[in-house]
Design a protein around this ligand. Structure first.
Ligand code: HEM
Length: 347
């Protein structure tokens, strides 16, 4: 029983030593360790191996305690610079902000955290605000050079703070947008020619000009022809013999019409309306009620040449095909008529 009691005491002592490692007891007296920054790497592995064996061996805890003191302190300096800033020289700067937070009651938890997740421990020891920026400023000076490759990893982040992240993200959208834009540019190239300068407006403007032309030409509301005056009715009338579309009492053959004569044939005072087109004179009076554009529009060319108006409005219309039977004569100059009259007088 006595041996059992002694064994239990040893076990409990070892357990408490494990739970509350003596590093804190003597940890403050270990400042020389920070000078040996290199060792911390090995102690971490040793600690893990010891943690595994520590439970089974009753003597192990004592050994672990001694090793932990030498090991954990450097580890604390490396992984958690805040925990052991005790090194009076360099670590003070690192631990100035977060070291105070680590007190006696918590150390075991911190050690476990450090063992399991050193990276998270760093953030845990330091306030949340120091998670990103603080490590960048604190780690680079001492520990980064000796132990941690991770510190160098954070360095690139902070150094390009705005630039690195900004460069990574912006270029992607730029590339994406640029990659996406070229195809549209091809499509736009197809659209541009028709549109010219402004795409959307011109597409709609293509319709607008038509609407604008109608009012400019005198409010072209759709003309409703009287019954019996459709294009087919006109074609039927033009096909009849002796239709007298040239006008009542007109002699056979073509007349020689001077501009002055044409001007008098304006459709007023009971006279037929004549117009000239490509040197020929047509009587348009019979066609007035058949004109799809209305009588008023057709009369705009009465007594003068209407080639310009005709071509502006509907150049596709076959003039001669419609008004062939209305041909009266040919347009001649005023001198031609004078000379002819002189010749007639001589006869
Ligand atoms: C001063 C001369 C003339 C003027 C100002 C004029 C004006 C017009 C107008 C405003 C229209 C309606 C266009 C539209 O609704 O979009 C029209 C239609 C038409 N005009 Fe004339 N016109 C003239 C002479 C003639 C002559 C001499 C002929 C026959 C040879 C003719 C045959 C037609 C025909 C067939 C249409 C229907 C065209 C279509 O619907 O596509 N016009 N015209």
């Amino acid at each position: 029983m006595g041996w059992v009691g002694v064994g239990s005491l040893i076990a409990t002592a070892g357990y408490f030593a494990y739970r509350y490692p003596p590093r804190r007891w003597t940890g403050f007296s270990d400042p020389p360790e920070p000078t040996s920054d290199v060792p911390p790497v090995s102690p971490t592995a040793d600690e893990h191996s010891q943690a595994k064996n520590g439970v089974s061996d009753s003597n192990a805890p004592l050994i672990e305690i001694e090793e932990d003191e030498s090991q954990t302190t450097p580890k604390a300096s490396a992984s958690t610079p805040s925990g052991l800033p005790v090194p009076t020289l360099s670590l003070d700067e690192d631990t100035s902000g977060s070291a105070t937070s680590t007190d006696a009651p918590t150390p075991p938890v911190q050690r476990n955290m450090a063992r399991n997740t050193p990276s998270t421990d760093r953030g845990g020891t330091a306030p949340p605000s120091s998670l990103m920026p603080a490590p960048s400023s604190q780690r680079p000076p001492a520990p980064a050079s000796s132990l941690m490759p991770p510190p160098p990893a954070p360095r690139p982040r902070p150094t390009p703070n705005g630039t690195s992240s900004g460069q990574l993200q912006p270029p992607r959208p730029n590339n994406m947008s640029s990659s996406l834009r070229p195809p549209p540019s091809a499509a736009s190239s197809l659209r541009v020619p028709p549109s010219g300068g402004s795409g959307s407006r011109l597409s709609s403007s293509t319709l607008a000009p038509q609407t604008l032309k109608k009012p400019s030409n005198g409010a072209r509301s759709k003309v409703i022809l009287e019954p019996g005056y459709s294009p087919l009715d006109w074609a039927a009338l033009a096909a009849k013999p002796n239709n007298q579309l040239r006008g009542a009492g007109m002699p056979p053959g073509l007349l020689r019409v001077t501009p002055s004569m044409l001007k008098t044939q304006n459709g007023r005072k009971g006279r037929d309306a004549w117009t000239s087109y490509q040197g020929r004179i047509y009587n348009i009076s019979p066609y007035l009620p058949y004109h799809p554009g209305g009588k008023g529009e057709l009369l705009r060319g009465a007594g003068k040449d209407s080639a310009k108006l005709f071509q502006e409005i509907h150049p596709w219309v076959n003039w001669d095909g419609i008004l062939g039977e209305c041909l009266v004569g040919i347009l001649v100059s005023e001198n031609d008529i004078f000379e002819k009259n002189n010749l007639d007088a001589m006869d």
